[in-house]
Design a protein around this ligand. Structure first.
Ligand code: FPP
Ligand code: MG
Ligand code: MG
Length: 411
């Protein structure tokens, strides 16, 4: 039944489906080591936005009617791989007399959700539910690492994990999440989906590497990349003092944005369609939707860093400039006066006294924010267009509404 687009709330559409999400994720993250257990689950205590799992569930539902396979019979849930595996022996190597330690209490490798506990809507397969959880695991792992790299103080209005537990534990917990995400992924028994999500993990790191510099890296010559790491380090250190704006900077930013933000969203939308047995055009459309929405999402994020008050965001606003990062609003402002003062500030990564405040002024006086918003709107329009051939459904309306929400969000 098709609901009126005005009353569609994407969260409501899949609310029942989301109910078990956090519980299932926490189960996937159980460790016999009590401290690791606590650190690994730390970000599941604060309410995330769950955008990625929500998109996976909506996409699963929206593409269900186009499935080419007899879904129930081919999904993993009917192949007996839900049977819990024996927990790895490492769990039993932890000192069993330590307080609170009970290895039998945790069964991290409990299989995918059974139809009894989560699938109230037959449109969404157990494997797609598990995929939704995996996307949140990978995202959360990247946040744990990101907060170390960014020396963050808060996340979702609470002390970030690096502050609460220290850098070492935060990094290790992130690694642990990736490990558990990999186990869950392997259990989907889909090499194609495994390849997609493994590529996402690599892409996140590539995006983060691109962000270490604002400007494109000089192409690594075989000599400098293989035999001399100091040559690479020297190239890295020699940022030009007063760069003039070039479109290469914007291309670099957009590619970084794809890798850092849109890769996970696009590839998990694609994976959802694949698991559901959708035809190739639908798989491509799902990917295109996710790619465009993901790019828009990050552009808005980068815009909010300029336009929000810190309190609204749950993390400090203006953080990007403080980290030396030139994002879309600044790049558009710089494009307006390519040889202007912004080049100088970019050249020293806003590290001089008063640089951050000056850059904010220059961006505010330019059309940079508005141009960022406009580009995000273009991507969102592309995302909606990608859904053209999907049959009408409440889930499709939910996907469209997600686009509107991305443009309206305040945090
Ligand atoms: C948040 O960005 C960070 C990301 C979206 C990705 C971070 C990726 C890594 C740290 C690479 C390692 C990846 C894995 C999977 C372990 P942000 O700092 O701009 O946003 P924030 O304001 O939410 O901190
Ligand atoms: Mg960060
Ligand atoms: Mg970061």
């Amino acid at each position: 039944p098709q609901a009126s687009p005005i009353s569609i709330d994407p969260i409501r559409t899949v609310a029942k489906e989301m109910k078990f999400l956090t519980g299932n994720i926490r189960q996937l993250l159980g460790s016999g080591h009590p401290t690791l257990d606590t650190v690994a689950k730390y970000y599941t205590q604060s309410e995330g936005k769950f955008i990625r799992p929500m998109l996976v569930l909506l996409m699963s539902q929206a593409t269900a009617s186009m499935s080419q396979t007899s879904r129930r019979n081919t999904d993993i849930s009917s192949q007996g791989i839900n049977t819990p595996l024996t927990p790895p022996s490492i769990l039993f190597d932890v000192n069993p007399s330590a307080p609170d330690y009970d290895s039998t209490k945790y069964n991290p490798l409990t299989g995918p959700p059974t139809s009894a506990d989560t699938t109230s809507t037959p449109d969404i397969l157990p494997s797609q539910h598990r995929l939704a959880e995996i996307t949140e695991l990978i995202h959360t792992a990247s946040l744990l690492h990101d907060d170390v790299l960014d020396t963050s103080l808060t996340r979702r209005s609470h002390p970030s994990a690096n502050i609460a537990f220290g850098n070492k534990m935060a990094v290790l917990a992130g690694d642990f999440l990736l490990g558990r995400a990999s186990v869950a992924l392997a259990r989907l028994r889909s090499p194609e989906v495994t390849e997609l999500l493994a590529t996402v993990i690599a892409n996140l790191v590539e995006g983060e590497f691109m962000q270490l510099r604002n400007t494109p890296e000089p192409a690594a010559s075989p000599a400098s990349s293989s035999s001399s790491s100091s040559a690479a380090a020297a190239a890295f250190a020699s940022a030009s003092p007063n760069p003039v704006y070039s479109d290469a900077a914007l291309d670099h930013y957009l590619q970084k944005t794809y890798l850092k933000s849109a890769s996970l969203i696009s590839k998990s939308c694609r994976a959802a369609a694949i698991l559901g047995g959708a035809p190739m055009e639908t798989v491509e459309a799902s990917y295109s939707y996710g790619r465009n929405l993901g790019l828009a999402f990050q552009l808005v994020d980068d815009m909010l860093d300029y336009t929000s008050e810190g309190g609204e965001l749950g993390k400090p606003a203006g953080a990007d400039l403080e980290l030396g990062l030139a994002t879309a609003p600044l790049l558009f402002a710089w494009r307006e006066s390519p040889r202007g003062e912004l080049g100088e500030l970019v050249g020293r990564r806003f590290g001089g006294e008063g640089d951050v405040a000056r850059a904010r002024e220059l961006v505010a006086a330019s059309d940079g924010i508005e141009q960022t918003r406009r580009l995000a709107q273009e991507y969102v329009d592309n995302a909606v267009r990608a859904l053209n051939d999907f049959p009408a459904s409440e889930a499709k309306d939910g996907l469209v509404e997600m686009c509107t929400k991305v443009m309206k969000r305040k945090k």
